[in-house]
Design a protein around this ligand. Sequence first.
Ligand code: EPZ
Length: 417
Amino acid sequence: MPDIIVEGKNKLNGKIKVQGSKNAVLPIIAASILIDGKTVINNCPDLSDVKASMKILEYLGAKCFYKNNCLIIDASNIKGCSIPEKLMREMRSSSLFLGAILSRMEMAVICSPGGCELGPRPIDLHIKALKELGAETKEQNGNISFKLNGGIIGNNIHLSFPSVGATENVIIAAALGNGTTTLNNAAKEPEIVDLANFLNKAGARIKGAGSDRVVIEGVKRLNPIEYSVCFDRIVAATYISAAAICGGDIVLNGVNIGQLSSVVSVYEEAGCLFSAKNKDLRIIAPKKLKSVSTVRSLTYPGFPTDAGPLLISSLTVAKGTSIFVENIFENRFRYIDELKRLGASIKTEGKVAVIEGVSRLCGAKCYATDLRGGAALVVAGLGAEGVTQIGKTCYIKRGYENIVKDLSSLGAKIKEA
Ligand code: EPZ
């Protein structure tokens, strides 16, 4: 994978369309397993995580075809029920396939998910919920197997933490279940609403997605459909931080500003001006950002954990000191050592990062440590004097269709090499 080379201190101007959402399309791809026929997914971003999902579907017996942001899946001949370790490791969120495989095949076998760049990624909440839906589970030789005797049985479930993935797995598993499932303390992220909209369009009966109580009335079958995925709010937050760090004036097209309110309010405090018209969001950044009061990552509609690295990156050159508290993942600060190579002054202690604004960053060679941490290095490079070279860009490809093309179209001096 080529490195990304950024020549910093160029103002960003112009308008770009924000890509479809990685975190919406992945559960929708998994849910297509429930449909005995063709699913057409439009606005599907061209990402390595999407390619990994297609490999899993093909391994299970489905046929997939991807062209020009349209993914066609024919799940008529799904026969498999296990995801091999290699594919599980390729994509952290392959646990999202559990509920769909179990519902369709009445059994599922996955390898115990390893950790990822953000720390341990347990699936205990997924396992507990699927057991409450009637699955028997067995852990052996590093694999976890799930078995149903007579299909998914509707139930009342309470998640001890509003896990996005566990919420999605329950909704998917219960869509064709016997009876009604009520999911309490569900995650409320917009990507869950998109999943429910997709399933309801196919004939499911899901109410309350986007709230902390989702009711899924099981139906007999789901019909082949065509669906267009919502916009990627974290990619939008990435481009907001890019404009913020280099005093840009840009317009993001295709966004739903209501889903970005926690991000917009922090950047307004930092001195950015926003205006929204239909699906366009304009950001005008000041010459120099101001530091902000303590920001805490929270579940939706709180400040998104995935936007934390991007915010921290832009605050490295703000006037004053800011504090960020990461409440969702245990180990999400690994990229900060790489930001320090560019001269950032950040101290971390546990889940707290203290960002002391410096007068300037200086370009340097650095390496992506994870998806959003890698994007944070690109943002820092945009605000740094001189040239920044970012390695291990495979992480960035997981979630950004073409960050180089997007930023170039806004006037950034950025290329792959
Ligand atoms: C989804 O991950 C997103 N990924 C993540 O985006 C996002 O950061 C996260 O939700 C939080 O919003 C996808 O949608 C594909 P969780 P997920 O289950 O479902 C713990 C990105 O950059 N937990 O809400 O894995 C877990 O360890 C990615 O696009 C358990 O303890 O998130 C974490 O600390 C990164 N047991 C916290 O909950 C479980 O069974 C949040 O996890 C499940 C989760």
